[in-house]
Design a binder for this molecule. Sequence first.
Ligand SMILES: Nc1ncnc2c1ncn2[C@@H]1O[C@H](COP(=O)(O)OP(=O)(O)OP(=O)(O)O)[C@@H](O)[C@H]1O
Length: 293
Amino acid sequence: MLTINNIDKYYADDQALSNVSLNIPAGTCYGLVGPNGAGKSTLIKIIASVIKDFDGEVHFSHNKLRIGYVPQEIALEETVSARDNLNFFGKLYGLLGTALKRRTDEVLSEVGLTERGKDKVQTFSGGMKRRLNIGCAIMHKPNLIIMDEPTVGIDPQSRRYIFQMIEQFKQGGRTIIYASHYMEEIEQLCNEAAFMDQGKIVKNGSIDRLLQKHAVPSVYVKGENCLPEGIGQCGSVMNMSGGHLITTNDPLEAMENILTFCRKSNLEPDRLELVKPRLEDVFFSLTGSQLRD
Ligand SMILES: Nc1ncnc2c1ncn2[C@@H]1O[C@H](COP(=O)(O)OP(=O)(O)OP(=O)(O)O)[C@@H](O)[C@H]1O
C-alpha cells in the first residue's frame, strides 16, 4: 500500500525526521509509537501530504487510493452542527444532493451521533468531538485511514467506541496508520508497528515478533517468605508492589522453583503469576530510556 524511503525533515535547523524508511502493507493496522516529539505527527503529515517540503520519497501502490486523515488537533467548526461539519467535508470530496445526505446519515450513525446531528459542536464533550473528527475524515469512504492520537483527552466510553470503529474499519479491509504514545493502544489495535524515538525508526515489524524477540517475560510472586534463596539464578529479582518480580528467559523454571520451595516449606503464595511482556517493555529494552516529555 505504502512505501516510505529515506525521509529527512527539518524545521529550520532542527531535524524532526532522520532517514525514515517503512513499508506498510495493504490491510494492516500499522502503529506509529513513541514519546512526545518522536516525529510521529510529522511523518503522518508527510504521508497525508499536509507537509510537502521534505527529502525522501513516499510511494503509494494502490491505484484507487483515497486517504482519510484524522488530525491530532480537532478540526471542526464549533459554531455549526455536526451534520453541517460532515456536509462540509462531504462536499470537499465531491458529494452532493441525496448522496451527501445519505452518507452524512451513515457517518452520523457510525460515529454514534445520530441523535445529536443537529446540535452545535460547541455543546459536545471532548469524546464526541473526537468521534466527529473521525467522521469528517471518512465521508469519502477512504481505503487508507491515517489517525494521529485520536484518543487524546477523552473518556473511556468514547475511547472504547473509537476502538470499535477501528475494528469495523479493519474488518472492511481498510489500511490504517495509527499514531499514539499509548503503547497499550498500539498493542491492542495494531498488527504491525514502528517504534519512533528522536526522529528515527528504532525498530519495526509485526507486534507478535517484536514481543517475542525483544521482551523478556517475568514471574510475579507475593507472599511472606515465598521467595526461594537461589531464585536469583533464574533471572533478575526486583521488589514490586509488596512482592517480587523475577525477569527471566525461563519463567516456567522460575515458577517451578517457587512452587517446589513453597510446597516443601508448607507455604502458600498470595499471588504467583506469569507476567507477559508488553510493548512498553520492548520499547524500553530497545531505547534504554524512559518516555521523554
Ligand atoms: N511546525 C513545527 N515547527 C517547528 N518544530 C516542529 C513543528 N512541528 C513539530 N516540530 C518539532 O519536531 C519534532 C517532532 O515533532 P512531532 O510533533 O512530529 O512529534 P510527535 O511524535 O508527533 O509528538 P507529539 O506526540 O507530541 O505530537 C519535535 O521536536 C517538535 O518540537
